[in-house]
Write a protein that binds this ligand. Structure first.
Ligand code: TYM
Length: 329
């Protein structure tokens, strides 16, 4: 049976990018593979969240995972910091990670550009910690969005390097996974780039219907095409991209046809898109509210998850220590 691992940083509510890029794919795989899904609280520390909010963010993420359909009976759901073996593996793998390659990581370079006041070693070593999350369970597949592609490449590089240096075939080649399709990138509604928490352009699984309608209606558009089959400007292409992911194929086809024949009314398209997003989000939102109120249940889910994740992690660390020559007296 194949092993699947994925995680999300708890930095506020989950948005449609997290849902379509990772969570929904994971939910679809959870009954056919050995699945581990975790809340990456160590990773979220790179941006120094207020300690007062960290636990609240973790609780939100957990309730939102469950509301989106993760089944704690089938999948192992845990908090990353409940499995400190991940930190140990990260330390060991960092001995074979080179500063140059870490500095060249796109996500690191972007962080330097956006937050020059906070370039910490945790950010630099982020790909090593992420590789450890994946390799601690020796994952075959990792359902993630397009933005994580480079981190997965680095994970495979670290795994191969470990195998070569120690002359073993221990770590697998963990592959990003989206059911044989291109990895998903859900764009933002603000005209350019991806939907993201730090970008502030997200539609959240916890948003009310009204908020969703408002956000979608405010999406950037242009004056409309003046000739048939005109190439789309980025903001328009982004709205179509979201519709392709969320709406029925006929709906998408209808508006594409309207665009290509210069009859498109963006107002109508946005109204339809908002309703289609609401159809996906509103049942999840209702479940989030119910699940969040069940504190004991949430505690049981993560305690059970931590125990199962630690068993798998212990087994890996036992082998890794032996391979590296770390022996107990
Ligand atoms: P994070 O928390 O930024 O996002 C969680 C997941 O959501 C996906 N995602 C998107 N997919 C498509 N379109 C978008 N606009 C979009 N925004 C986010 C991400 O690709 C990701 O799959 N480093 C990771 C968390 C992590 C992890 C791991 C993931 C830590 N360790 C091990 C997989 C395996 C991150 O910051 O994701």
């Amino acid at each position: 049976m194949k092993t699947v691992v994925s995680g999300i940083r708890p930095t506020g509510h989950l948005h449609l990018g997290n849902y379509y890029g990772a969570l929904q794919n994971f939910v679809r795989m959870q009954h056919d593979a050995k699945c581990y899904f975790f809340i990456a609280d160590y990773h979220s520390l790179t941006t120094h969240p207020d300690p007062v909010h960290l636990h609240e963010n973790v609780t939100n993420a957990l309730a939102e995972y469950l509301a989106a359909g993760l089944d704690p009976q089938t999948a192992t759901i845990y908090i990353q910091s409940d499995v400190p073996q991940v930190a140990e593996l990260s330390l060991l793998l960092s001995m074979h990670a080179y500063i140059g390659e870490l500095e060249r990581t796109a996500s690191f370079k972007e962080k330097i550009r956006k937050h020059p006041e906070n370039i910490n070693a945790g950010l630099l070593c982020y790909p090593v910690l992420m590789a450890s999350d994946i390799l601690i369970h020796r994952a075959d597949f990792v359902p993630v969005g397009k933005d994580q592609e480079q981190h997965l490449e680095m994970t495979r590089k670290f795994a191969r390097r470990f195998n070569t240096i120690y002359g073993v075939e221990y770590f697998p080649e963990s592959m990003p996974y989206n059911f044989g399709r291109e990895l998903t990138k859900v764009p933002g509604l603000d005209g350019s780039g991806k939907m993201g928490k730090s970008e502030g352009n997200g539609i959240y699984l916890a948003d009310t219907d009204e908020i969703i309608r408002k956000k979608v209606m405010k999406a950037v558009t242009d004056q409309g095409p003046t000739e048939p089959n005109q190439p789309m400007a980025e903001p328009i292409a982004n709205i179509f991209a979201i519709m392709k992911i969320v709406s029925a194929p006929e709906t998408y086809g209808h508006f594409l046809d309207e665009y290509n024949t210069c009859r498109i009314r963006y107002g109508d398209m946005k109204k339809q898109l908002a309703e289609d997003i609401i159809k996906v989000v509103s049942p999840i939102r209702e479940r989030i509210a119910q699940i969040k109120s069940r504190e004991t249940y949430l505690g049981e889910v993560v305690a059970h998850g931590a125990q199962k994740a630690r068993e798998s992690a212990d087994e890996t660390m036992r082998c890794v220590r032996e391979i590296m020559g770390i022996k107990r007296f």
